[in-house]
Design a protein. Sequence first.
Length: 155
Amino acid sequence: MPTKSTSSAATPARARPAVVVQYASRAHGMPAAVRLTRWVRAAAPDAEQITVRLVTQAEGRGLNLAYRGKDYATNVLTFAYEPGRSCDIVLCPAVIAREARAQGKSLDAHYAHLAIHGVLHLRGHDHERPADAVRMERIEIALLKRFGYADPYRA
């Protein structure tokens, strides 16, 4: 399937990360590249290059199987190449839309949350231990609040 890409390169005067957004999915409700770029830059202002790819469910499933050994599409995958500096974030619109409906969240808020969540993994955060999960969630909540979104962990 052809991929539509948009790019917003960092300017020399402002050390913001270059963000490339690739649309490999034709799902409805995907956020515009400018919105994804804002969310990503807020979470990783010091990164150099971040690619965000919105994939079909089949591609998401294939990537999750190949890299995590899990045979299903997941909402977000992060591939860090130079920790803290360069990564690919893969978002699966079909999964994200299904989750947003099930959780009673706006689609836009859920995309913002998962884009930020993916970037925080790039920056070395994880949620394997309870204390780490709390730390990561606090950062996510604070960043989402800057964009006017509610705490995604509150029902």
